[in-house]
Design a protein around this ligand. Structure first.
Ligand SMILES: Cc1cc2nc3c(=O)[nH]c(=O)nc-3n(C[C@H](O)[C@H](O)[C@H](O)COP(=O)(O)OP(=O)(O)OC[C@H]3O[C@@H](n4cnc5c(N)ncnc54)[C@H](O)[C@@H]3O)c2cc1C
Length: 444
C-alpha cells in the first residue's frame, strides 16, 4: 500500500525507497508477521515513462524526481528522490565490479555469496532486466571506440557479467527504452502485501535515540516507534539523518562524514557532421585500464540528455575509479553541504594520462571521419560521476551487515557501507549488497 499517513509503530522502518531500500523492504516483508514501513521523501507518483526514458537524465534544476545538494565548488550534486531513488534517474549502466575488487571485503562476503546476489539481479532471467547493448544498438562513435581499443586490449564477451581490464560493453537495466528501477523490480511486486506500507512525501528528519538504542524516527512533527530502523537514504541522505540526529560523535566522526567519489575529466570534441543520433542511452561502452581508470565513451553531447546543459560537443570521460582522497558531507543551516574533496596527485596523474590517451584516440585515423580537426579540448573542470559512497564502510564503521558499531536498532544498507572502491559504477554493487543483507536478515 502507498499512503501519506504515518503509522505510530512498525517492526522495521526502511528509510528511502532507492536502489537498496526497495530490495530490503521486499525481503523483510516476505515474513507476513513483520510489519515493514518504507518512508520515502519523494513524491507519491511512480516515475512515469518520460522520466525512466534512457534517453534523458531527468536531473535538471527543479526536476520532480531528483534533489540537488550544495557542493563546495558549485558542482551539481543530484540524487534521485523517488520510488526507485537514484535508479529512477541514473544512466542505466549496470556493471558488476571486478572479481578482485572484493578481495579486502569482510569475511561474510565470500566470492560465492557475492556472485549469487549479483545473479539474482543481472542473470538472463534476473530481476533488473539486465542486457548488454547489442552491436546494432551502438552509435557510430561507440563502434569506433571499441574497434580502436580492441587493437591494444582484450574485449569482454558481452554475455560475461564480470568486467575485465579491457573493453567492456555496458550492460543496462532496462525494459525496452526505459530504465528498470529497483522500485519496479522489487517494490511493485510486493506493494499489495498487507504488512508492507510505503509512505511517500515523508522526509525523515532524524532517528530517535535512547542511550545506545535507536527507538524510532521523526518526520516533521510526527514520530514513529520502531523495532529497527534501516537507513537506505543513499550516502548523502543517510549521512544527513545520522548527523542531524546528533550521532556523529557516537559513530566517531564528529560533525562530518567522509565520502569517496569517482571524479571525471571530460575530453570534448566536435563532429564534422552532427549525427542523426539514434535513440540510445548515454553510455554504451567503457574501457577499464590497468591503472584503475574508466574511459567512458558517451554516445553524444551531454546536453541532449540533461535539460539546461549548454551544448559543448560530444565527450569521452576519464574517471579515476580508485581515488585516494576523501570528500566530506556535513549539515548546514540550509541543508546538506557536500565537499567532493580534491583529487589526490596519483589519481590526477592517472586521469591526465587517460585524457592524453583519449586525445590520441580522437586524433587517430579511426576517428578521422568523425572528429573535426583541432576541436579536441580537455575540460579543466574535474567533474563528478554522482557516485558518492563509503561514508560508513563495512568492517570499519559498521559490521559486515551494515549494523552500526555501538548502537542497536539501527542498520545502514546503501552506498554508505561500500567498504572499498570498485572499478565500475556503484549501482549494481549497491543492489547486490542489499540482496545479500536482505537474505541474511530475512532468514533470522
Ligand atoms: C544522475 C545519476 C546518474 C548515475 N548513473 C549511474 C550509472 O549509470 N551506473 C551506476 O553504476 N551508477 C550510477 N549512479 C549512481 C547510482 O545510481 C547510485 O549510487 C545508487 O542508485 C545509490 O543507491 P542508494 O540505495 O545508496 O541510494 P538512492 O538510490 O539514491 O536512494 C536513496 C533514497 O532515499 C531517499 N531519501 C533520502 N533522504 C531521505 C530522508 N531523509 N527521508 C526519506 N527518504 C530519503 C531518496 O529520495 C532516495 O529515494 C548515478 C547516480 C545519479 C544521481
Amino acid at each position: 500500500m502507498t499512503t501519506r499517513r504515518l503509522p505510530t509503530t512498525a517492526d522495521v522502518v526502511v528509510v528511502g525507497a532507492g536502489s537498496a531500500g526497495c530490495v530490503i523492504a521486499e525481503r523483510l516483508s516476505r515474513d507476513p508477521g513483520r510489519a515493514v514501513v518504507v518512508l520515502e521523501r519523494g513524491p507519491r507518483d511512480w516515475p512515469p515513462p518520460a522520466v525512466r526514458d534512457l534517453q534523458v537524465l531527468p536531473i535538471e534544476h527543479g526536476a520532480g524526481f531528483a534533489r540537488g545538494h550544495t557542493e563546495a565548488t558549485g558542482l551539481p550534486v543530484v540524487r534521485g528522490s523517488a520510488l526507485g531513488g537514484s535508479s529512477a534517474v541514473n544512466g542505466g549502466y549496470f556493471l558488476r565490479w571486478h572479481r578482485d575488487d572484493f578481495d579486502d571485503w569482510p569475511a561474510q562476503w565470500s566470492p560465492e555469496a557475492i556472485a549469487h546476489a549479483y545473479d539474482e539481479l543481472d542473470a538472463p532471467d534476473g530481476t533488473m532486466g539486465v542486457t548488454a547493448f547489442a552491436d546494432d544498438e551502438l552509435v557510430d562513435v561507440v563502434r569506433l571506440f571499441e574497434s580502436y581499443w580492441a587493437q591494444a586490449m582484450p574485449v569482454r564477451a558481452t554475455a560475461d557479467p564480470w568486467p575485465i581490464v579491457g573493453v567492456n560493453r555496458v550492460r543496462s537495466n532496462r525494459e525496452g527504452p526505459l530504465r528498470r528501477t529497483s522500485a519496479e523490480a522489487y517494490l511493485r511486486p510486493a506493494i499489495d502485501r498487507p504488512n508492507l506500507t510505503v509512505i511517500t512525501d515523508a522526509e525523515v528528519a532524524e532517528v530517535m535515540v535512547a542511550g545506545r538504542r535507536v527507538t524510532g524516527v521523526r518526520v516533521g512533527a510526527d514520530r514513529m516507534s520502531v523495532g529497527e530502523v534501516v537507513l537506505s537514504a543513499g550516502t548523502l541522505g543517510t549521512a544527513g539523518i545520522l548527523l542531524r540526529s546528533g550521532l556523529g560523535s557516537l559513530i566517531g566522526s564528529g560533525g562530518t562524514l567522509p565520502l569517496h567519489e569517482h571524479r571525471e575529466v571530460l575530453v570534448h570534441y566536435r563532429r564534422h557532421v552532427d549525427p542523426q543520433v539514434m535513440p540510445t542511452a548515454l553510455l554504451q561502452s567503457v574501457v577499464h585500464t590497468a591503472d584503475d581508470v574508466e574511459i567512458r565513451c558517451y554516445s553524444t553531447d551531454m546536453a541532449r540528455f540533461v535539460k539546461g546543459v549548454e551544448p559543448v560537443g560530444p565527450a569521452v570521460g576519464v574517471a579515476g575509479m580508485r581515488p585516494g582522497s576523501l570528500g566530506a558531507v556535513r549539515v548546514g543551516d540550509t541543508g546538506l553541504l557536500v565537499d567532493l574533496g580534491t583529487v589526490d596527485p596519483a589519481s590526477a596523474r592517472r586521469m591526465a594520462l587517460g585524457a592524453e590517451s583519449v586525445r590520441d584516440m580522437l586524433n587517430s585515423s579511426t576517428f578521422g571521419g568523425v572528429v573535426e580537426p583541432g576541436s579536441i579540448v580537455v575540460d579543466p573542470v574535474v567533474r563528478t560521476s554522482q557516485h558518492a559512497w563509503g561514508s560508513l564502510p563495512m568492517g570499519v564503521r559498521t559490521d559486515d551487515l551494515g549494523g552500526l558499531d555501538g548502537l542497536t536498532g539501527l542498520r545502514v544498507v546503501d552506498g554508505s557501507i561500500l567498504p572499498a572502491a570498485g572499478r565500475s559504477g556503484p549501482h549494481a554493487t549497491i543492489m547486490m549488497i542489499a540482496v545479500r543483507i536482505g537474505d541474511v536478515l530475512a532468514a533470522r
